[in-house]
Design a protein around this ligand. Sequence first.
Ligand code: ZN
Ligand code: ZN
Length: 108
Amino acid sequence: MNPEEFKKTHLVHSYVRSHKTDDGTKTIWKCNHPLCQHTVIVPNRNRSILIGKMTLCPECEKTQFILTSKDLDRKRPLCPVCRNPKITEETKTVVNDALKGIFGEGNK
Ligand SMILES: [Zn+2]
Ligand SMILES: [Zn+2]
């Protein structure tokens, strides 16, 4: 794939934490994609540079989500599905039904 073509298809970076700078005050985050050279230097005291950015899950490489400060505590921020592999569509429905049973549906 030529670089131009790659840029067109690679719209969202897949951020993973790499290493700290020598003085330890900043952390390098890089894109997990093998062809992408993108890196971001994030000051440890102010990570707002990455918070709120769209990222592609490095696990399933399908789901895009917005990075929060909690995600930045992880080495590889994963999408909600990969973070909780046990939560399938089926269990979600079961949970929703259970909640409806507890709280009722609307005013009766
Ligand atoms: Zn990238
Ligand atoms: Zn995922």
